[in-house]
Structures are given as C-alpha cells and as structure tokens.
Design a binder for this molecule. Structure first.
Ligand code: UGA
Length: 441
C-alpha cells in the first residue's frame, strides 16, 4: 500500500520505517528540511537500537522516502498518518496545534479518497477536530473528496521501539466506518500473523485506550514508590515485597519497580492530560492526581536520602552520577529524574561528575557549560575525585560494578542507588554505606 506519514519524530520515523520494512511504499514528510536531507543520507536524529540500519536499507530499496513537499506526499498516500508532537501547553493539556496544522495541510491537498490516521497521542475528541479541519479546507476549495479519520494509537517503548513496532502485542484501531477498518486491517496484515492482534472499536474508545494504558502503567509505578516509602519507614525491604506480590498474575512482574520516579515524554504528560480531560467533562480524577503527586515527590527522594546521610551538609561535596537518560537504551532526558536531582545538588552547593552511555550530548545541550557539572566519558571517570556515587538510570553496564574499586575511589564510601540495582549486603560487605529506594531493613 502507498502510505504517507506526517512527522519524522520518534513515532513517525519508527512507524514509517517498520511499515516500509514489511513492503509498503512509505513517504515521510517533515517541515524540517535539514532533518529530511539528513534522513535521505541515512542520518537518524534519535538514538534507537536497530533503527538506523533499517531506515538506510528501506531507503536504499526505494520503499522509504523523505520529503518536505506536503502536496506530493498527500497525493502519494492511500493512508495518511498524522504522527506529529503533542507537547503539553501551559495548563497541562495536549497542544493540538501541530496535529491540526497537518489536518489543514491534508485538506488543502487531498484529491482522492483516503484514510487519515491519528497516531499522535491526542485527547478524546481530537479525531472529530481533525475531521472538521480537513472538511473545512476541502470546502474552502470546493473539493468533494470522501475521507475517513481513524484513531490508531501507538504503544512503542523508547529503546525497544523497533521490536515493539515489528511485533506489537495489540493494534488498536478506532474507526467509524467498516471500510476504514478493512483498509487498516490490510495495512497491518503483515504484523497480524498467528493470532489476532487487531482490536477494532469506535474512535473515542481508541483515543481513551491510549491514555488508559499509560495511566495504568504510571499508576503501578507510583503505587510501588508509595509502598517503597512506607517500607523504608517501617523497616521492610521493598525488593522482598515486590517479589512477594509479582508472582500473582493479577498483579504481574512488569512495571512494579520502585525507583527515582518515572520520566520520559509520555507518562508525565499523559497522566496530566487525562486528568485535565476528566476535569473538562466535570470529573475530578483523584487517583490520577495522586499518581502525579507521588511521582513528583519521588523525583526528589534520592536527594532526600543524600541529605539524610550527610545531615544536610551537602555543600562542597562531589557526586558521581551514573545515568542521565529517563531510562536505559535512550538518550532522551525529557522529564528525567536526573534533572531534578542535579538541580537539587547544585542548589545545595554540590558538584556533579555525570556519566551516561548515550545522553551526554543531550545533557550538554540542556545544561551547557556550567559550574558544578563535569560530563564524563566513562563510569569510572565519573568516580575520579567523587565523594559518593548516585545511580539514577539502570543501564546494564552499571549492574555489576567492582565494589572494591568503588570503595577505593569514593572518598565518603557511600552509594545512593536510585534503581535498587545492588544488594545492600554485598555493598556493605565491601565496606560501603548503601541507600536504596524503600530498603528500610
Ligand atoms: C511508555 C509506555 O511504556 C509505552 O507503552 C507507550 O507507548 C509510550 O510510553 C508512549 O506513550 O509513547 P516510554 O515512555 O518509552 O514508554 O518508557 P517506559 O519504559 O514505559 O518507562 C517510563 C518511565 O517509567 C521510565 O522513567 C522508567 O524508569 C519508569 N519505570 C518503568 C519505573 O520507574 N518502574 C517500572 O517498573 C517501570
């Protein structure tokens, strides 16, 4: 099928590439000419395992192209995806200006029947606004073209995006016409082998499904962080508690890891946006607000532990920080817990030597050259001259450090483990003090 994708950000680029990989003829459109030129040369603007070779191979094979020319792109697609950003605006709701601008562009150029698919995470009711924006443009130029608007939310995880896209656990399609659903089923047929993954429903339910999924996952994390804080106070170890509850299939092992709080471009934004949608329709979403409050508090928890260890005397000390990205296998630092921690350390007069396997450049962009921050090239370089170690992101390479070496490097011989990577007994046996999340035993 001939497909057009508006937006070569995270979602658009991964989706377009995977659709080309299974044989569709894909054109990706972006207004950023430099980005488009780069993509044509195989330069990938984000770090995502496996994506670069796939983009290059599909581009070389002629199945994946990039353009800034919206008119040609609209003419190309039987199905046209909208996959542009929906950043939160000042009051926390998703800002639809990019989505609606694309809808207008589609309306300006659409000359034959097409299905317009919303892939961006958008509040319930957005499909109606997209439909109206396209219809208005068609009317303005007196064009009589039939089109459908479908909601097809994505469930990709950064760092696993290619795998998630090639092997989805479900494909949610919200549409109001059987023909649109049929077309979407044909499009996704290569991903729907062996067992049925397509869940078809009405448009509003599909839009809400996306928020419900992220809000549920964020709720699990905040719940565990809440229990971790209780564990710390009552002298229990959250890691035992986690193992004690995860085997119940009704609870499950996933997303029950306590830590330094959730970050990224999705959970914080989506929980707030859903709470706002609820408020707009006259419902106070008390649980969602609590999920957000707990997470916000949790992002400050590592610093609290640090301040407690040092009786508030943090000024002048140097902290090695391992991990800046909001999670491993990405260079993304949006809403990352590290940002709060670093700011708190600086506010308290401390110095930071930070290392992240992928996010150094992003950190440089965010913080620039500033006093109190040295971006290091390796985990061991971050330890040089440090008083203490703080682990913020659970990159695999941080999992088994040489504790004897840490003992020799860290002046104050203390580890603050924001992701519970280490066993307290093992750390303490090496002569280091250990602070984890919810480990009050
Ligand atoms: C999330 C969802 O997991 C995807 O299904 C969804 O498609 C995506 O948002 C989106 O809406 O685009 P992502 O933000 O890439 O994906 O990252 P996650 O792996 O979900 O992690 C989010 C945050 O939760 C990270 O900061 C992570 O450290 C934290 N987390 C995760 C925990 O603190 N504990 C856990 O047990 C799991």
């Amino acid at each position: 099928m001939r497909l057009t994708i508006f937006g070569t950000g995270y979602v658009g680029l991964v989706t377009g590439t995977c659709l080309a990989e299974v044989g569709h003829d894909v054109v990706c459109v972006d207004i950023d000419a430099d980005k488009v030129a780069g993509l044509k040369r195989g330069v990938i603007p984000i770090y995502e395992p496996g994506l670069a070779p796939m983009v290059q191979a599909n581009h070389a094979a002629g199945r994946l192209d990039f353009t800034t020319d919206a008119a040609t792109a609209v003419a190309h697609g039987d199905v046209i995806f909208i996959a542009v950003g929906t950043p939160p605006d000042e009051d926390g709701s998703a800002d639809l200006k990019y989505v609606l601008a694309v809808a207008q562009t589609i309306g300006k150029h659409l000359a034959r029947n097409a299905v317009v698919v919303n892939k961006s995470t958008v509040p319930v009711g957005t499909a109606d606004k997209v439909r109206a924006a396209i219809a208005q443009e068609l009317k303005a130029r007196g064009a009589d073209v039939a089109f459908d608007v479908v909601s097809n939310p994505e469930f990709l995880k950064e760092g696993d995006a290619v795998k998630d896209c090639m092997r989805p656990d479900r494909i949610v399609i919200g549409a109001s016409s059987p023909q649109a659903i049929e077309k979407m089923k044909r499009l996704y047929a290569p991903f729907n082998r062996n067992h049925e993954r397509i869940v078809a429903m009405d448009v509003r339910s599909a839009e809400l499904t996306k928020y419900a999924a992220n809000a549920m996952l964020a709720t699990k994390i905040s719940f565990m962080n809440e229990i971790a804080n209780i564990a710390e106070k009552v002298g229990a170890d959250i890691e035992h508690v986690r193992q004690g509850i995860g085997s119940d299939p009704r609870i499950g092992w996933h997303f029950i890891y306590p830590g330094a709080g959730y970050g990224g471009s999705c959970f914080p934004k989506d929980v707030q946006a859903l709470a706002r949608t609820a408020r707009q329709v006259g419902h106070e979403a008390a649980l969602l607000q609590a999920v957000e409050t707990v997470n916000d508090r949790q992002k400050g928890h590592l610093f609290e532990l640090i301040a407690r260890h040092y009786d508030g005397e943090v000024s002048g000390r140097t902290f090695a920080v391992w991990g800046l990205a909001f999670k491993p296998n990405t260079d993304d630092m949006r809403e990352a817990s590290s940002r709060r921690l670093l700011q708190q350390l600086w506010d308290a007069g401390a110095h930071v030597r930070a290392y992240d396997p992928e996010a150094a450049q992003e950190a440089g962009r965010i913080f620039g050259q500033r006093d109190g921050l040295v971006l290091c090239e390796s985990a061991s370089q971050a330890l040089e001259g440090a008083d203490a170690l703080v682990v913020v992101t659970e990159w695999k390479q941080f999992r088994s450090p040489d504790f004897a070496r840490l003992h020799a490097s860290l002046r104050d011989r203390v580890i603050f483990d924001g992701r519970n990577l280490y066993e307290p007994d093992e750390v303490e046996a090496a002569g280091l003090a250990y602070w984890g999340i919810g480990r009050g035993r």
